[in-house]
Design a protein around this ligand. Structure first.
Ligand SMILES: C[S@@+](CC[C@H](N)C(=O)[O-])C[C@H]1O[C@@H](n2cnc3c(N)ncnc32)[C@H](O)[C@@H]1O
Length: 490
């Protein structure tokens, strides 16, 4: 670590060593610690942009030739940045970033297995075979044949990819006068506020689904139809020192800011001596944290009555499960086909998100109602061009219950207690522990949704016994739109 700090300072980085130290945090690897009370708005370190590692700062693209770089499609997606990282590492002591990249072999090995295995490995490998390997072959002067088996293997490619996934930043180019945050390419994308809050962990969307990126290369997307959703990764950079910071739910107390020539890590809250300096990775559900970063967050949660969990956890309910439960064996019949196609054409969602909030997604109820309409009602609905109103009654309630129960059965075992018990076993491997934490968190969300239904049913029968028609509106935030829905269809 001393070597790294010396290297950082030698290359123009400035670390406030009186305020920030680097230390090991059990279970989280290295992290930054406040050595004394740090006030808000204090810069703990600064580094020149030139010290970040990206396709803009590595000399590989110019040595390879920009035209050839484009010809091999290394200017799009992640292959170019990965190749730069591999190449810089292969330069050994001649390379500018060797002290940074060569840091902790063990950690990198761990990340290579913990993170990469869970993402679109196949697509990543296709890039390796179709872009990287052919490009490498054309330039033995840059990629000597005796180095290939050491530095340019598929294994090293995955390690570099994994590092990008869990440690890179989106460092926008300087466009003007105003200082802005360094933001990462977020899922929700394009949103300035989100970007201002998040920094680490950009977006190695190797599965090419485009779910994490705003930066489609418009210039060329028309030409290469298969590349339509491949991100422009030219602003993605590895940022030495900034990527030492860990993250924890709702704990961010420092953010990375950029200026024309420098990046600054600045505290956003006062931090007490001995406390960890946290950046944010965007406060993600445990499933995403595990996939991207190889860890999970466990904090005391109100929805678990103070027990440990992740308040950001969610469960996805696919529309086809809803259709199967509501329509049963005849879900493929013309009657339902028409309605489902209409729902999707109208922008209805095909995945519904259940979270810790006791309000169930209204679009889910709306889809159920759509499927329950009589032929006459359906025709009227289609004419009006509006999905059915969100009404909660005992029929909808029992279908929702069935949907949640069916979703629970998709886990290896629906039993929550069994998972909780498994987690008490000390000898559990970390991978296994993580997997159980993720699925238990999701099952707890479903258990919460079933409890919400129970309460709604009870309210319904109260209303019923008080003489009303026994129908009650579910708290609503729109029919097909809401924050708790997601479209996956492209
Ligand atoms: C940007 S790096 C942070 C520095 C890293 N701990 C190190 O040793 O270099 C991100 C990685 O740190 C680890 N990490 C960050 N926050 C964590 C947390 N709250 N719990 C466990 N591991 C964490 C994960 O392995 C993640 O992929």
């Amino acid at each position: 670590m001393d070597d790294f700090v010396t290297w950082f300072q030698y290359n123009g980085g400035v670390l406030d060593t009186s305020m920030m130290g680097i230390t090991d945090f059990p279970g989280s690897g290295r992290g930054a610690v406040a050595l004394q009370d740090i006030p808000e708005n204090h810069t703990v370190f600064t580094l020149p942009r030139a010290l970040t590692l990206s396709t803009q700062t590595s000399t590989l693209p110019s040595a390879f030739g920009f035209e050839a770089w484009r010809k091999h499609k290394l200017h799009k997606g992640w292959a170019g940045l990965i190749l730069c990282m591999m190449w810089e590492e292969a330069q050994g002591n001649q390379g500018k970033w060797i002290t940074y990249l060569g840091g902790d072999e063990e950690l990198r090995e761990l990340q290579g297995t913990a993170v990469v295995d869970k993402i679109g490995r196949d697509e990543a490998e296709r890039d390796y075979h179709e872009k990287l390997a052919p490009a490498i072959k054309t330039r033995p002067d840059l990629f000597p044949s005796d180095q290939i088996d050491t530095w340019y293997t598929l294994h090293r490619y995955h390690i570099a990819g994994s590092r990008i996934l869990s440690r890179s930043f989106n460092v926008e180019r300087w466009e003007g006068e105003v200082e802005q945050d360094v933001g990462y390419v977020s899922e929700e994308d394009g949103n300035e506020d989100t970007r201002a809050d998040t920094s680490i962990g950009s977006a190695m969307d190797v599965d090419g689904s485009g779910d994490s990126g705003e930066a489609v290369d418009k210039e060329s997307s028309g030409r290469d139809s298969d590349d339509e959703e491949i991100e422009d990764t030219s602003d993605i950079a590895m940022v030495p020192m900034a990527d030492i910071l860990n993250a924890r739910y709702d704990s961010v107390n420092a953010k990375l800011f950029y200026e024309k020539h420098d990046l600054h890590m600045v505290t956003t809250k006062p931090i007490k001596a001995g406390e960890q300096i946290f950046n944010t990775y965007g406060d993600l559900p445990n499933s995403d944290l595990l996939r991207r970063y190889g860890h999970v967050d466990l904090v005391p949660c109100p929805h678990l009555k103070g027990a440990l969990g992740n308040p950001q956890d969610v469960v996805e309910i696919r529309a086809d499960l809803v259709v199967n439960v509501v329509c049963g064996d005849v879900s493929n019949s013309e009657t339902y086909r028409q309605r489902i196609d209409w729902w999707l054409d109208e922008g209805g969602d095909d995945v519904f998100i259940i979270d810790v909030d006791p309000i169930l997604p209204t679009a889910l109820t709306s889809l159920i109602r759509l499927l329950l309409l009589t032929q006459e009602e359906w025709e009227k609905t289609r004419e009006k061009g509006r999905p059915p109103k969100v009404k909660f009654d005992s029929q909808v309630s029992s279908l929702l219950r069935r949907i949640f129960e069916m979703r629970l059965t998709s886990y290896q075992s629906p039993d929550l207690e069994a998972d909780a018990k498994l987690l008490t076993i000390q000898s559990l491997t970390l991978n296994k522990r993580h997997a159980i934490v993720v699925r238990l968190g999701e099952k707890q969300i479903l258990a919460g949704a079933l409890e919400t239904l129970r309460l709604m049913d009870a309210a319904l029968s109260d209303v019923g016994s008080n003489g009303s028609k026994g129908k009650k509106r579910v708290a609503s935030e729109g029919t097909t739109g809401g924050a708790k829905t997601k479209k996956t269809r492209h």
